[in-house]
Design a protein around this ligand. Structure first.
Ligand code: DX5
Ligand code: ZN
Length: 217
């Protein structure tokens, strides 16, 4: 099974983002956290920043929208050239219509679930998506501790993906370190977002350590 490591630039040096992107050349995608201070109690940046990152990043962009009304805003990120655009189940009005729109523009479509959100209502929609993001912390901040109670939900989604014979990437985000990544891999994740674990150190070394921790689990 593929192991994808997507460093989150939330933990990078915002004054030197182009340089930071150059330090994660061995990453699969770069995770870009968009927060609006409504859906989550924190604010980061929006579309103009992503348009500029897209121009300079050697690594494709994996955009995570922690915002209200993604039906309105998400297509702009796909049009900017993001490889994937993930919106939250709790915020979206028309998940299927939005996923189809994102795919039509050429992005991978993703749906994210907060730790307390049940996956059951979304399992029938899996064919409409390229990736599912199981949040392993409450969205809003980096540097939080992994919530292992989310693992049964990840396993249920992984089983549903397998039973349906789909190629849907299963992503985890929040508190992923060399100590927790194996637990998530065991439960079926193949795509791992890591902010502090990558940027608090030499990023390419940290990425290698995370990959090794999955392989040895
Ligand atoms: C949290 C964000 C995460 C965050 C992860 O709301 O969605 O992507 O950057 O940070 P760490 O890896 O430090 O938990
Ligand atoms: Zn994220």
């Amino acid at each position: 099974m593929a192991t994808r490591i997507n460093p989150s630039i939330l933990a990078a040096d915002f004054a030197n983002l182009e340089r930071e992107l150059g330090r994660i050349g061995t990453a699969d995608l770069v995770h870009v956290d968009i927060m609006d201070n409504h859906f989550v109690p924190n604010l980061t940046f929006g579309l103009p920043m992503v348009q500029r990152l897209q121009q300079v990043s050697p690594v494709p962009l994996d955009v995570h929208l922690m915002i209200d009304d993604p039906d309105r805003w998400a297509p702009g990120y796909a049009e900017a050239g993001a490889a994937s655009v993930t919106f939250h189940a709790e915020a979206v009005n028309e998940p299927v219509a939005l996923a189809r729109h994102l795919r039509q523009i050429g992005a991978r479509a993703g749906i994210a679930l907060k730790p307390g959100t049940d996956a059951a209502p979304y399992l029938d929609l899996l064919p409409e998506f390229d990736q599912v993001l199981i949040m392993t912390v409450e969205p809003g901040f980096g540097g939080q501790s992994f919530i292992s109670e989310t693992m049964p939900k990840l396993r249920r989604v992984a089983d549903a993906v397998e039973a349906a014979g789909l190629d849907v990437w299963l992503q985890v985000d929040g508190g992923i370190t060399v100590d927790t990544i194996g637990i998530a891999a065991e439960a079926g994740a193949d795509t791992f977002v890591a902010g502090s674990a990558v940027f608090r150190g030499v990023p390419e070394e940290r990425i290698t350590e995370l990959r090794a921790a999955v392989a040895s689990h």
